[in-house]
Design a protein around this ligand. Sequence first.
Ligand code: GDP
Ligand code: IMO
Ligand code: MG
Length: 425
Amino acid sequence: MANTVIIGAQWGDEGKGKIVDMLSATSQVIVRFQGGNNAGHTIKVKGEETILHLIPSGILHEGKTCLIGNGVVLDVVGFLSELDMLAERGVDVSPARLGISKKTHLIMPYHKSLDKAREAKRAGQKIGTTGRGIGPCYEDKAARVGLRAGDLADPELVRAKVHHALLEKNILLQELYKFEPLDENAVCEELLSLAPRILPYLCDVEERIQAAVKAGQEVLFEGAQGIHLDIDHGTYPFVTSSNTVASNAATGSGVGMKDIGRVLGIVKAYSTRVGSGPFPTELLDDTGSYMQTAGHEFGATTGRPRRCGWLDAVILRETVRLNGLTDIALTKLDVLQRLPVLQICVGYAYQGQRLDYPPQEEGALARVEPIYEQLPGFEDDISECDSFDALPETVQAYIRRIEELLGVPVSIISVGAERRQTIIR
Ligand code: GDP
Ligand code: IMO
Ligand code: MG
């Protein structure tokens, strides 16, 4: 069986957590390879909801190995609180089945302060970040001054790096942003006091993945965010600070390309976006409100309302070619119930031309006009349908049209938040 990368095909919150959880039943190792606790991945099993921000969504399956790769940025406090939440629910979170790469960069308190300070200063031009310090942490990684999880074993190295960082960050915080400076000793002491809880989890992630591959076990790579939030290929500058594309599963966890076979794109049956940035099919009318209410479209990390709109095949075509999608999991189809017509954006009108792919110039996506195709809606409740044939004709037609437009098969259909509300084709 092929190892699988799971990516969000739109702007995040497509239902990756649900699908990763479901596929974890037949995999042995589940790896996060980018992003941090800006992610919020929801799993619902027998009425109980679990939201994970850092720990891979395979953790609810007993005996599976969950790994946090080098490409992730780790908030130590956030990680430990997630660990405690799971332990309280009786989930085994021992180092025997949960590991962190020593190369994973750490999100420091000054990263969070800078994230918030910059957003506050960008009045009118906010990116709408999650405020989790993601961008500033990746900046330090690229600037080669970041702290990494492995550093926690070396208090002197931690102190030296924090000293160096605060020389610069405190000037920025205080002078430029008029924010509170951070106390070097306090930052070091807090981090070092938590180190003994983190150290047992540090491991050689590459080795653990290779051991699984050699043993013929299946590995799942769990993407966070969505392809159009990718730092290179997304709607720059309204993006996150990591590469969300499938190929980063290799870089962000330390495996070779040949070990990855299947690239499963999670596509929500409509579109949503949290934070700022262009969104051609956004609906600011009753239909958009209907999707928001019916789909409970409120952020799993920040609680912010998600902007809603029609499915955009132009955005998705770009996802297909950027990732080499092998198949699609189509989620939240049940949410579209009772809409009299379903619309799909099949192209953009832009400067007198018809585009099949998003324009690449910064800001241009905000100026395209979506070209829609209309399909009939459906009245029936589909949330208990357990096969493709059991779905109403109109729903089947909607799925087939998506496959035609994208040239990729829909192999999984999700009709409810519960683990069991899933149709495998
Ligand atoms: P992720 O970030 O991609 O993992 O997605 P989120 O967890 O942030 O958001 C998806 C939301 O939709 C969660 O509340 C899920 O419980 C819920 N969900 C997932 N699949 C379905 C589905 O097929 N139908 C409905 N109604 N809800 C779903
Ligand atoms: P999951 O994994 C949806 C968005 C933020 C903001 C932009 C940059 O749950 O799908 P950041 O804090 O990353 O610097 O914010 O990216 N964003 C997400 N939107 N789902 C996510 O994760 C997101 N992670 C970041 O709202 O617009
Ligand atoms: Mg989410």
